[in-house]
Design a protein. Sequence first.
Length: 440
Amino acid sequence: MSSKARYYLEQCIPEVDDLVEHGIFNKSEVTSIMKKRTNFEHRLNSRGSSISDYIRYVEFEKNVDKLRLKRIKRILQNSKKYSVSDYSIQHRIDFIFQRGCNKFPQDLRFWSLYLNYLKSRGNKVSYKKIHSVYNQLLRLHPTNVDVWISCAKFEYEVYANFKSCRTVFQNSLRFNPDSSKLWFEYCKFELNFVTKLITRRKVLNLINEREQEMDMLHQEKANVPDDSNEHEDGIKLPSTGDNMKDKLNELPDTDMSMLGNEETNPALRGDIALTIYDLAMKNLRQKFIEKRRGFYAVTDGNFEKELIADVNEYLYTISLDYIKLFDNFKALRRDYLITHVLHYLKTLDTIKSSKEYSSYITFIDITLNIRYMDTPSFNNTELQKSVQKYLVYKSKIKDKELLKLIRVKYSEYLREKYLINMEKDSDPRYSVLAKIINKL
């Protein structure tokens, strides 16, 4: 037996004595457990050990702990006092995970098992412990987007710490400015945060800024764990260099003011999310072009035209995902958010020249003010505004084929979303809408 394996097994002696003393396990059961542990330690300390050995060892210790808890409940009930065996197995599981992560740092599945184990223990595991594991993982895998998103969601969804979550996203973008998924998730977080903030203030009737400020301070104190003295430091990472920091200095401040209302504070209208969208389009465009040009030492005019067409199509597809995202946030002015995206798309030359893309952008703009109206709330006033938009586009567009595409999309939309759901004989709106569709 190696000295290292013997040392680790000797650490089990106080726990084993405690289990036998309290009658939770008998001597033969303890002997069987120690024999299993000895076999596992031999495997882990051998040259041919694999990640599956660590996983099996963890599962074995989990099963031992489950059996221990059942025995305590059945034999000792509520009479047992806190002792060494109550925490030693959990410490051993944690140590096995640490050893596995140190030996196989590239195995993300094992890191995921470790983090899920820590999170599943709830208040029994400190915030700083989970934070330190994320720090280790992100230092090893700073370009893994899913790890960053997992860390950010842990900060916000578990501890409701929006400042730390925002810091995580901004750090992640310093390492991965070309990740459309990261930009999208960051934008989604900001929209969720603003929505929850607005909803909370409506429920609590927090009108003036003083009340809002006190409420936010109270929330921060309530959500920060007791053991997180280093909490404000956030995720500690290797430096990306001043050059990369300068490029992303336009990102929103992590400690920005969220007081006031929509009229006095643009952040409450969703302008933070729009800023992120603008920066995403700028950085994704730049990185796309850099990667594509990197394969060619010399380029000609045709290559440049194809490159611009490809990058614009790429950004168009991503922008449609943002529009779908904005659709989900009913508490915000969704038409305001979508209009911003449409204005950007209209600046893309190759998109404007494409009949398919241009017709769809125009269609969204025309139907924007009735986009969120169902049949019962549908009214002629909003319909009139939508039709006026259509007529303006009709007077400006000279391409008959493009105009036909827009007309077909618009008429089908009005017919399928509203007309077929109205009573032909009893609903006065039916005849008005039918006439409008026929005259388009």
